[in-house]
Design a protein around this ligand. Structure first.
Ligand SMILES: *Cc1c(COP(=O)(O)O)cnc(C)c1O
Length: 475
């Protein structure tokens, strides 16, 4: 076991390794070339009886683990949505890990609770949310959405379902678009509503929820004796970053008295730019809102910002008070264990504070603006290229497109071609992108948003895609 002296030496060695890694990560294959079981088979079946040297452990990290990692911090990472990190975020995580504090209640780390309250106020200002929203950091948007669904359930039942379980004969209905994230369905299952009571409402041509269809679905449910409860709006769907029209949906929620939850997991970061605040017109009517600084705001996973209009409802939904958790400061301070599922909580506010202070609001804005500008530029290139088809509307930093060379019209053949194109660029290790499906078409997705991505990386990826695409046809 290493002692304090060895810890100091390794901490310096690791810090050098970390800096080297981040400086050179772009040269590594973004997606590792491994098969299922490759790593598993290299790890001994039994744990060591005697402690091993840190140099042996670190050596195995470099030899066994690193070649099996996907390098999310590579500027050639364009898949899914980014999970950004940054220097200030990593530095803060080092301090967090060192203090190893468990921040369940104010008393177990007063500074953590008070910093969390303050940075959530900062974030609220940064993205233009009204002042009457209060924030709490959750591990993920999935947890935040679950918290929203449970809060909606408890509010509607005057907290009786928490107390006695589902007892009356009401069947609650939850609404989101067909393009909304799978975490909503997961939350609906966990909250006990039943998956069948998630109503997936149709979208318009832009794949945004159609308010007219929402209203029809609510009316249909009401006349069928069902109980509409909650609508989840997606600002930036995961497939194509479609933006649901918040304002008309908020009006419908108001009319029918429904809980309105806004899932802006990815797109929320764009709200730091005043020119994108139009996405949240109508937000005053929302009950809850979530976005992930761990996606696009340079704060390493995990860090999800959940904002609610009535913290009392959230707290009342989650609070429990066994004797061993009673404190003398209850009511005066925020005990965040009552603001979500977890009791024990990491000190996540520290890294957010470091990131916001290191970049400054203008620094964050500049990066996000650049990402969107390069995505627009890429979209323009794709629009000009005859053998590719851009998916429109193109929103924020996400660019969706298909390879559609002349002579191919059959859906299956084109889908196969696009799957092969994706595999070929990803297998090259030079870039990594992912796909979605729209109307049965395979669509390739490229997210421009990695912390260190530049215009050159984006244009380089486009060049590689065209080269690989041509090779597919030659064969
Ligand atoms: C990524 C994403 C989620 C899930 O985020 P987690 O933090 O991983 O739970 C939810 N909704 C949308 C729209 C997303 O893009």
């Amino acid at each position: 076991m290493i002692d304090s002296k060895a810890f100091r030496r390794y901490a310096h060695e690791f810090a050098d390794w970390m800096a080297d890694y981040l400086e050179t990560v772009e040269a590594l294959p973004v997606k590792p070339n491994v098969r299922p079981g490759d790593i598993f088979s290299k790890i001994p079946d039994q744990p060591p009886m005697q402690g091993e040297s840190m140099s042996a452990i670190f050596g195995d990290f470099k030899q066994i683990i690193l070649p099996g990692m996907t390098h999310w911090q590579s500027p050639n990472y364009f898949a899914y949505f980014t999970a950004n990190s940054s220097y200030p975020s990593v530095l803060a995580e080092m301090l967090t890990a060192t203090m190893g504090a468990q921040c369940m209640v104010w008393e177990t780390s007063p500074a953590a609770a008070e910093l969390e309250e303050k940075v959530m106020h900062w974030l609220r200002t940064m993205i233009g949310l009204p002042d009457d929203f209060e924030g709490v950091i959750q591990d993920s948007a999935s947890s935040a959405t679950l918290a929203a669904l449970l809060s909606a359930r408890e509010k509607a039942s005057s907290f009786r379902i928490n107390e006695a379980g589902f007892q009356d004969n009401r069947t609650f209905r939850i609404y989101c678009s067909t393009e909304a994230h799978s975490s909503i369905e997961k939350g609906v299952k966990i909250a006990g509503f039943g998956r069948k009571n998630l109503v997936k409402v149709g979208t318009d041509a832009a794949l945004a929820l159609d308010p007219g269809k929402l209203k029809e679905a609510i009316e249909r449910d009401l006349s069928g004796g069902l109980t509409p409860l909650c609508v989840v709006v997606a600002l930036g769907t995961t497939g194509t970053s479609a933006i649901d029209p918040l304002k008309p949906i908020a009006a419908i929620c108001k009319e029918y008295g429904l809980w309105l939850h806004v899932d802006a997991a990815y797109a929320g970061t764009a709200l730091v730019l005043p020119e994108y605040r139009k996405m949240i017109k109508g937000i005053e009517e929302a009950n809850s809102f979530v976005f992930n600084p761990h996606k696009w705001m340079f704060t390493n996973f995990d860090c999800s910002a959940y904002f609610v209009k009535e913290p009392e409802t959230l707290i009342h939904t989650f609070e429990i008070l066994p004797e061993y958790l009673k404190t003398g400061t209850r009511g005066e301070v925020n005990d965040y264990r009552d603001w979500g599922v977890q009791l024990g909580r990491r000190f996540r506010a520290l890294k957010l504070w470091f990131v916001i202070r290191d970049y400054g609001l203008e620094g964050i804005r500049t990066k996000v603006r650049n990402h969107i500008a390069w995505a627009n530029e890429l979209a323009e290139e794709i629009r000009k290229e005859n053998s590719f088809t851009l998916f429109e509307p193109q929103n924020l930093g996400l660019v969706c497109f298909r390879y559609t060379p002349s002579g191919f019209t059959d859906k299956e053949k084109l889908n196969d071609l696009n799957n092969r194109l994706m595999k070929s660029v990803n297998d090259s290790g030079r870039i990594y992108l992912s796909h979605t499906k729209v109307d049965g078409w395979i669509i390739l997705r490229m997210v421009v948003g990695q912390t260190n991505v530049t215009r050159e990386h984006v244009m380089g990826a486009w060049q590689l895609l065209r080269e690989k695409a041509e090779q597919l046809i030659d064969r």
